[in-house]
Design a protein around this ligand. Structure first.
Ligand code: ZN
Ligand code: ZN
Length: 128
């Protein structure tokens, strides 16, 4: 499976077949079911409840599985904008950069949880 950003083959992390990392841009590709499992396990709501705005203008890569354009979703705080790309066809999620230290699945999942905590930070604060 090739990286949507660089078009180079992404490697598996620790036998987690649905979690892949690009050795060039350090982006991560994760299946939405696995992502939701990890989020729920860490007391975060599922991806659907984390908010974010679709940026229809954003230039994104294509899903390596479905060959359709990915959809950019923006979130985070004003000082620290974050975004992820998602495939509306298979539900795959592409997280760009920020994951240089994710050399194994455990670290990758920790960083993914951290990413989505920041991604939804604004919404959480508004609810308090
Ligand atoms: Zn890449
Ligand atoms: Zn897809």
């Amino acid at each position: 499976m090739n990286c949507p950003s660089c078009n180079v083959e992404m490697g598996e992390l620790d036998g987690e077949a649905t979690l892949r990392r690009c050795g060039q841009c350090f982006g991560l590709w994760i299946d939405v079911a696995d992502l939701n499992r990890v989020l729920l396990h860490n007391n975060l709501p599922g991806l659907e409840s984390l908010g974010g705005r679709v940026d229809a203008e954003a230039l994104t890569g294509q899903c390596p599985e479905c060959q359709v354009d990915l959809v950019r979703v923006d979130g985070g705080e004003r000082q620290h904008r974050l975004h992820y790309d998602t495939c509306e066809s298979c539900g795959g999620i592409f997280l760009e950069s920020e994951f240089k230290d994710a050399s194994d699945a455990e670290v990758a999942f920790t960083e993914i949880v951290d990413f989505f905590q920041h991604f939804s930070a604004k919404k959480k604060r508004a609810a308090l």
